[in-house]
Design a binder for this molecule. Structure first.
Ligand SMILES: Nc1nc2c(c(=O)[nH]1)N[C@H]1C(S)=C(S)[C@@H](COP(=O)(O)O)O[C@H]1N2
Ligand SMILES: [Mo]
Length: 165
């Protein structure tokens, strides 16, 4: 299987494509050895979003970040200022690549998020299987469920696919 990579592009000085090894090599000060310290109930090793972005050098005009998952065509676009300092990208658990069952190989997590579809930045923005971070000046593509009903349908479908795994 080809190793999954994370692309950072859009309004950045240096567009990047990073492997898990590249993520692990990001400066110590940006590494989060145990994400449960920041996001209770979650496990694994991650890197702070601002540490990742530092490498790509976002333009001052970048105001939104869109978290893309090609795997299941799920996308969330949120104000950069709201997540820049607190967002974490999880890439490893127990010394192994993060499994798909917990959103791996790369999963975005935010601490203290609002309940699903109650705010622009909510639990639904914890995008699993993230493969691209796109920076834009205005809000980018977003297909998070927008109604309670759509949301319940998505969760039911996810539960079903997890049971089949
Ligand atoms: N790629 C992808 N990420 C996703 C989703 C999805 O369907 N696909 N669902 C979102 C929603 S609506 C929620 S509430 C959280 C649920 O994550 P959890 O089951 O780990 O709590 O993941 C989010 N991340
Ligand atoms: Mo959600």
């Amino acid at each position: 299987m080809q190793e999954t990579r994370l692309t950072i592009d859009g309004l950045v000085e240096k567009p990047l494509t990073l492997s898990m090894t590249d993520l692990a090599a990001i400066a110590h000060q940006f590494q989060v050895p145990d994400v449960s310290v920041l996001v209770p109930g979650r496990r694994g090793r991650g890197v702070m979003l601002h540490g990742l972005l530092e490498q790509a050098a976002p333009h001052a005009s970048a105001a939104y970040i869109t978290l893309h998952s090609t795997t299941d065509d799920f996308h969330a676009s949120v104000p950069l200022s709201a997540v820049r300092e607190t967002g974490v990208l999880v890439y490893e658990v127990d010394g192994q690549p993060l499994p798909a069952s917990t959103g791996g190989p790369f999963r975005f997590l935010l601490p203290d998020v609002a309940a699903c579809h109650t705010a622009e930045v909510d639990e639904c923005a914890n995008v699993k299987f993230v493969d691209r971070l796109e920076l834009t000046g205005t809000r980018g593509f977003d297909n998070r469920p927008s109604t309670k009903r759509e949301h319940e349908r998505l969760h039911a479908a996810q539960q079903q696919s997890q049971q089949q795994q």
